[in-house]
Design a protein around this ligand. Structure first.
Ligand code: MG
Length: 268
């Protein structure tokens, strides 16, 4: 199986990588349980002076929440080490749509994080809809959101994932909301910011100052994490500790640089 750099050693790859982007669910933890050996794998990366950023599409909550969760699993982490698709969306809007009047579909904590970034939900005549993983979505919000989109508001979504994996099965994520909204409005988002899209890659490179070719994405989902790395010129490392298995990888048509059983295997 000669697939790209599949046979390169960790040592070879390590020379090329200055920054590791680690997905969270399925890569660092499963639900509330740390994946065995991941803490030590991250320590080895940091001991080699590599930057480690936790990069998640999950826009249902905030950097502060992830700091608390990851710290509670024994991994030292600061706000600066976390980046979500909601953060990429806020950064993109500040740079490209600073005068927009958004209606933000979000949990109270994510809405507050947007506010802290200078982006507040607007009740009167919004011209933009920002769709996030709103676990508090109710029928009135859905009606408002569809009405604005049908009337031509710019439609921005944080990420495209159809489901979010949980300990007892999957729950509907933004991709499923997008399909529901399309059924009503016949529109798809104008802009999607999270993995696998370029906006997330540009935002991360700007944040770290590390070129994308010297940045590795380690993740468990082929359609987001690995497509993100491949499409945007990052080093792609698939971990089999979460969603994807080898059969799905073989079927996917994607060629990643390296496959590991878990981040615990990163041994340099
Ligand atoms: Mg994942």
């Amino acid at each position: 199986m000669a697939r790209g750099w599949y046979n390169k050693t960790d040592m070879d790859l390590n020379k090329q990588i200055d920054c590791f982007l680690l997905d969270l669910d399925g890569t660092v933890y499963l639900g509330s349980k740390l994946i065995d050996g991941v803490k030590e794998g991250i320590e080895r990366m940091r001991n080699k002076n590599k930057r480690v950023i936790f990069l998640t599409n999950n826009s249902s909550t905030t950097k502060a929440h992830y700091v608390k969760k990851i710290s509670s699993l024994g991994i030292p982490v600061t706000m600066d080490d976390i980046y979500t698709s909601a953060n990429a969306t806020a950064d993109w809007i500040k740079e490209n749509r600073k005068d927009c009047k958004p209606y933000i579909v979000a949990t109270p904590e994510t809405e507050k994080e947007f506010e802290e970034n200078g982006i507040s939900s607007c009740n009167e005549n919004p011209d933009t809809v920002i769709l996030t993983f709103d676990k508090t979505l109710d029928y009135s919000k859905l009606v408002r959101c569809c009405d604005l989109i049908a009337r031509g508001a710019e439609y921005i979504a944080t990420h495209p994932d159809m489901v979010c994996p949980m300990e007892n099965g999957s729950i509907p994520d933004v991709g499923s909301f997008i399909n529901l909204i399309e059924g009503t409005t016949h529109r798809r988002p104008d802009v999607i910011c999270g993995k696998p899209y370029k906006i997330m890659a540009d935002c991360i490179s700007k944040k770290t100052g590390v070129p994308l070719g010297r940045t590795a994405m380690i993740g468990d989902r082929l359609s987001t994490d690995m497509k993100f790395a491949i499409d945007n010129g990052l080093v792609s490392v698939l971990t089999l500790s979460g969603e994807a298995n080898m059969t799905e990888y073989e079927k996917s048509g994607l060629t990643v640089n390296k496959i590991i059983n878990s981040v615990a295997e990163w041994d340099v």
